[in-house]
Design a protein around this ligand. Structure first.
Ligand SMILES: [Zn+2]
Length: 141
């Protein structure tokens, strides 16, 4: 984020830590494991630079973001063997470009429908659980 930018409180620019645990710095993005683990392995992939729309990515940055997305989702697939990974980008209230990478399981919550976006306070993983999951993902990156 540049000086003078009005997005001074952007959580994805400030690494505020309220997103979850950082898993890795990739080529042009960062991978976070969310504190809410209702869906085991749920992550967020955020662009390092502050941009708000997917169409603002061009050339090498666009290709690198695609590689990061593929690498991160492959690692989640290998680590947790989900039935499917869901990919979603919203950003109305946090417009910094980021994608939700949400492993879904045939016998698990929301299978066959959209995953639930709001973080559930009663499903927050402990620091120890998050650390173990981060290690599992990092093994496959
Ligand atoms: Zn930002």
């Amino acid at each position: 984020m540049k000086d003078g930018d009005t997005q001074v409180t952007c959580r994805y620019c400030t690494d505020a830590g309220d997103i979850g645990e950082k898993v890795a710095d990739l080529e042009v993005s960062r991978l976070w494991l969310t504190k809410d683990q209702t869906y085991r392995g749920r992550c967020i992939l955020s662009l390092k630079e502050h941009k708000t729309e997917f169409f603002q990515l061009e050339g090498e940055e666009l290709q690198a973001f695609a590689r990061d997305m593929a690498k991160a989702s492959k690692a989640l697939y290998k680590a947790f063997s989900p039935g499917k990974i869901n990919y979603a980008a919203f950003g109305d209230t946090y417009p910094h470009l980021h994608f939700h990478l949400v492993p879904k399981y045939p016998d698990g919550k929301s299978w066959g429908s959209a995953f639930e976006l709001p973080l559930s306070n009663d499903k927050l993983a402990s620091k120890e659980e998050l650390a173990a999951l981060v290690k599992e993902i990092q093994k496959h990156l």
